[in-house]
Design a protein around this ligand. Structure first.
Ligand code: FAD
Length: 122
């Protein structure tokens, strides 16, 4: 049985996991995230959530039961290194996860311009 480890449980990571099951993948699927909560939507954070119209619970993509029923394992941690030869990811807490396929969905952040004016705004 093949296993897939997905690093990052944001929109990309969560959707990848859900799509694997929708498409009939029956192997192990682990979603690694250091956020300590169910995968959630970010856009409402700066909209309805700030206005008090959306609760934190409403932000979750799916309830906990979805992950249980779909056999999507939520792993708490931050990937620190990937050993591509051994097909293993090591987390900051020392846990080591074997994988057949690895999905890297850890998001991105804007690159800061290396100019003085940009540095002053930090
Ligand atoms: C406040 C806010 C409002 C937004 N509003 C809009 C909007 O209105 N419209 C729109 O189109 N987009 C909006 N966005 C952007 C949109 O939410 C992002 O494009 C989207 O979240 C990107 O998803 P992602 O899964 O690629 O990355 P992310 O959401 O960044 O998720 C990456 C995940 O990977 C985890 N991670 C990082 N490093 C590691 C590691 N080493 N090991 C394990 N996990 C790791 C992170 O903790 C995070 O959980 C908004 C974003 C924010 C924050």
């Amino acid at each position: 049985m093949q296993s897939i480890v997905i690093l990052g449980a944001g929109h990309a990571g969560f959707q990848c996991a859900a799509a694997l099951r929708q498409q009939g993948f029956t192997g192990g699927v682990s979603l690694v995230s250091d956020e300590g909560r169910l995968p959630y939507q970010r856009p409402p954070l700066s909209k309805g959530y700030l206005l008090g119209q959306t609760s934190a619970a409403d932000l979750a993509f799916r309830a906990e039961s979805f992950f249980r029923e779909q056999r999507l394992t939520l792993v708490r941690g931050l990937a620190e290194s990937i050993d591509r030869q051994a097909h293993r990811v090591t987390l900051q807490n020392g846990e080591s996860l074997p994988y057949d396929h690895l999905v890297i969905a850890i998001g991105s952040r804007p690159r800061r311009l290396p100019v003085t004016a940009a540095r002053r705004r930090r």
